[in-house]
Design a protein around this ligand. Sequence first.
Ligand SMILES: [Zn+2]
Length: 250
Amino acid sequence: MRSRSANRSGIVLRRRVTPAGDIIVTLLTPQGKVKAIARGGVRGALSSRLNLFHHVAVQVYQTPQADLATVQQAVLEGALPRLAEPERYAFAHLMAELADALFQEGEFSEQAFELFAGALRGVSHQPDPEWVALVMSYKLLGLAGFVMQTARCARCGTANPEHPDPLGGQLLCAACASLPAYPPESLDFLRSVVRRSVRASMESPVPHDQRPALWRALERFVTVQVGNVQSWRQLVPTGAAGEQAVIPAR
Ligand SMILES: [Zn+2]
């Protein structure tokens, strides 16, 4: 590999400041995920540009010796100031961690970038950011190839399961289940969210009292299917985390 410089435009998914004052950022771009370091960045103009969820154009320089590309320049292309509102921030952070876990460095995915950018805009602008985050989480999972099996019981294969699967986050039949069946709105959501357009899903939100169970299912599904999502799990709304204690070890 030769030394080379490249221009990329993407959204900051993750930002970490090292004790030396360097900023390590992960960007999701239409050409895939890019990880780079802004040396001494915390003390310069790059610091405010390389903020979480900012859309930035960066010039990065990669040498064969360094494992991380270096950020040489960064220009702010777009920001969503409302994401600073605490409840919106929490959902945006959750989506960013999920996208970081789902998409790999160097893996070209314009669709992933568009979907994630749309998710952030939705969390920023929509009156119901929690619903945006639930819908878009399942859409991102679907795009990455993780689709919940809803036609058959996850344990025995019986058709048309309707009950929560507390271990795997999928669906169980009445015979395998220990929990009551999902209400019809939740069942409809789980069965069709991946195929349905975002717009259609946004128009038929699941009632608030049903959402904790959907978060629990999402948390289980991602943990089992995607793995290595410790930081993501801490961001899942409470109610989901609380149940982990009572799930028996397999
Ligand atoms: Zn079953």
